[in-house]
Design a protein around this ligand. Structure first.
Ligand code: C2E
Ligand code: MG
Ligand code: MG
Length: 645
């Protein structure tokens, strides 16, 4: 019952219960009123009987009449005397008992002479008694009667010498009762109904207000997250391949900064203004909501095609890029937008929100501003989640292997080192490259353990080679989280110690954007590594688009030109220019320059002409398992590769 009630809306529950209560109160008061009216009507009848006994009874009967039942002649005489007053009083019949309980006279002569001990007792005690009769025929009518026994005296102030029993027809009394009760109950019902209506109005208004408040964002007046879920359900109900919908999640960039700098009031004003501008962008059929903070969502239905989301996102971008004027300052705002499509990426608001959130995360990381959900990049998609679980297990089971790619001095052809590149020997999917799992390991915190394994394995290999008389430095790639980890230097020191190797046999490669995430913290970590003699190499140089000044502040040894420029330098003059400029820059800063992605002899020759220090690439050797690299090295030693001019 309670569960059933819980499903009924509050207002309906209130109106039902209150109506029931009011009806019960009405019934109780109605019954009480009815009893009260009945009591009064009966009392009235009793009073009439008493009056009759006191007047007519005494006046018509003599003390002699009370001794024995009257004879027929006296009975007729009394009939004549009493008939008129009895009729006037509306009395149906009377009986007169003497104090011995004998009927000495009755309007129905048949009853004269009968005996009733109760009448004798009443005469003795002098009490009045009422009795309700049902169709006894005493009054000849067959209906309900009310009989009242009234002790009386034939002499003025004399002792009680008889009892008058008066039969009153109940019908007129009942009619009076019904009439009075009906009026009272009618008034009562009307009053209660008005009371209920007033209560209902008050509660309904309050309930509507609460309902609205619960679904509205106070600051902007837009629907809130709850409302997005509720209204979104209806909007998404009919989506199909032919009726596309999309959820756009909008997150303002730099809002926190503005809020902190200009204060919360200005922050609120900005959010209100953003809400107004977004209102101008959406169609009436779309649902715009504020999810909290600086996050907004738009549910767009009936999209003509999938690409239409880009137009909406574009309109949003344009609307937000117009300067905002706050506290006398003109501010420009940018937003990151994540998009999830229905039914492609989900058919309910919760799923679409989660997917749009993933897409937005990608937009923020990639600096793309607008991104549509892509299942293959979703760290939370079922396939990905399974891979995360497998990844954790892979570390315990040591399912990883290292391949080594040689680095070669361009001028001499000498092998100067090898870069350790991790691969995962997945039990069912075969050999997986790092792009397929390293980013995932970074996002899920598995990277620390993976880096430790790679360090140990690379250094163990380096130590094994050293044992065999081959002193070949190894390079290990570090990810951003590793570089920002305060325990990095200790971890590297421990690994070197376990392998029994000096620091200079290890190089750490860190990518440019990793360092850019937090240059100061990275610099501390790197300085400690450098202190151990570990060489530091800036990987994928040219991909990050930031200031070069940090180059001079970081304790680097080596600059690796991103392979995209090297691979493109034959065909693209600007790639060639970048390679050339980077070599000059590196040399100017006293750094060794490595060109990775060298796939052909032509590129190698060009690099030699540009006096690039080191080359690495498929054209020289692919990354190889340690044993194969040894064979490769042996082959080179026997028949050295042709030296570039
Ligand atoms: P990276 O450090 O820039 O490594 C060089 C990548 O370029 C390697 O890809 C290598 O196979 C590839 N490569 C080398 N020469 C050529 C060439 O001539 N042509 C082409 N097309 N590609 C070439 P790989 O092994 O797939 O590694 C990709 C990235 O994964 C690496 O880029 C590195 O950033 C990351 N990575 C590899 N191993 C590890 C690791 O143990 N830890 C971490 N954190 N990242 C790793
Ligand atoms: Mg590398
Ligand atoms: Mg690289």
């Amino acid at each position: 019952m309670r569960r059933l009630l819980a499903r009924v809306p509050l207002l309906a529950r209130f109106s039902l219960l209150s109506l029931l209560m009011v009806a019960l109160i009405g019934l109780a008061v109605g019954v009480a009123l009815h009893l009260r009216v009945e009591h009064r009507a009966v009392k009235e009848a009793e009073r009439l009987a008493v009056a009759l006994a006191g007047t007519t009874g005494r006046w018509a009967l003599t003390p002699q009449d009370m001794a024995v039942p009257v004879d027929a002649e006296r009975a007729s005489q009394l009939d004549a005397e009493l008939s008129q007053p009895l009729e006037d009083a509306g009395v149906a019949a009377v009986k007169v008992f003497n104090d011995a309980g004998t009927v000495i006279y009755a309007t129905d002569h048949e009853l004269i002479g009968e005996q009733d001990p109760e009448a004798a007792a009443l005469a003795k005690s002098g009490t009045v008694k009422r009795e309700m009769g049902r169709g006894t025929g005493d009054d000849g009518s067959g209906g309900r009667t009310l009989s009242v026994y009234v002790p009386f005296s034939t002499a003025v102030r004399g002792p009680t010498d008889g009892v008058l029993e008066v039969y009153l027809p109940y019908a007129p009394v009942a009619a009076a009762i019904t009439h009075d009760t009906r009026i009272l109950v009618g008034l009562l019902a009307l009053g209660l109904l008005v009371l209920w209506a007033v209560l209902y109005r008050i509660v309904a208004t309050a309930s509507r207000r609460l309902h609205r408040q619960a679904r509205e964002d106070h600051l902007t007046g837009l629907p809130n997250r709850t409302e997005l879920h509720a209204a979104g359900r209806a909007l998404l109900a009919g989506t199909s391949e032919d009726r596309l919908a999309a959820l756009l999640l909008i997150d303002l960039d730099r809002f926190k900064e503005i809020n902190d700098t200009l204060g919360h009031e200005q922050g609120d004003a900005l959010l209100r203004e953003v809400a107004d501008r977004l209102r101008g962008v959406v169609r009436p059929a779309d649902l715009l909501a504020r999810l909290g903070g600086d996050e907004f969502a738009i549910l767009v239905t009936d999209l003509p095609h999938r690409g239409a989301t880009a137009e909406v996102a574009d309109r949003i971008g344009t609307a937000l890029r117009r300067p905002f004027h706050l506290a006398g300052v003109a501010l420009e705002l940018d937003a990151s937008i994540g998009i999830a499509l229905a039914p492609d990426h989900g058919t309910d608001v919760a799923t679409l929100l989660q997917r749009a959130d993933v897409a937005m995360d990608g937009a923020k990381r990639g600096g793309a501003r607008i991104e549509t959900y892509d299942r293959s990049r979703d760290p939370y998609s079922p396939e990905r989640l399974q891979l995360v679980a497998e990844l954790r297990r892979a570390i315990e089971r040591e399912e990883f292997v290292l391949h080594f790619q040689p680095k070669i001095a361009v001028a001499t052809g000498e092998v100067t080192g090898a870069e350790a590149l991790v691969r995962w020997e997945h039990p069912t999917r075969g050999l997986l490259g790092p792009v397929e799992f390293v980013p995932l390991a970074e996002r899920t915190g598995v990277i620390g353990a993976l880096t430790r394994w790679v360090l140990d394995a690379a250094l163990a290999q380096c130590a094994a080679w050293r044992e065999e008389g081959l002193e070949l430095p190894v390079a290990v790639n570090l990810s951003g989280t590793d570089v920002l980890d305060a325990g990095l230097a200790d971890m590297v020191a421990d690994a070197l110690q376990r392998a029994g190797l000096p620091g200079h046999l290890l190089a750490c490669e860190i990518s440019e954007h990793t360092v850019l995430a937090d240059p100061r913290r990275a610099a501390d970590s790197l300085a400690r590594l450098r202190g151990m003699g570990v060489r530091l190499s800036l990987d994928d140089f040219g991909q990050g688009q930031s200031s070069l000044s940090y180059l001079k502040r970081l304790p680097l040894d080596e600059l690796k030109i991103d392979r995209s420029f090297v691979m493109g330098m034959e065909a693209d003059a600007s790639d060639a220019a970048i390679v050339r400029a980077t070599i000059d820059l590196g040399r100017g800063l006293g750094l060794r320059v490595v060109a990775e992605g060298v796939e052909s002899d032509e590129v190698l020759a060009d690099l030699a002409a540009l006096s690039c220090d080191i080359a690495q690439g498929f054209g020289l050797s692919r990354p190889l398992p340690a044993a194969e690299l040894e064979a490769w090295l042996l082959g080179r030693a026997i028949a050295p590769a042709a030296q570039p001019a």
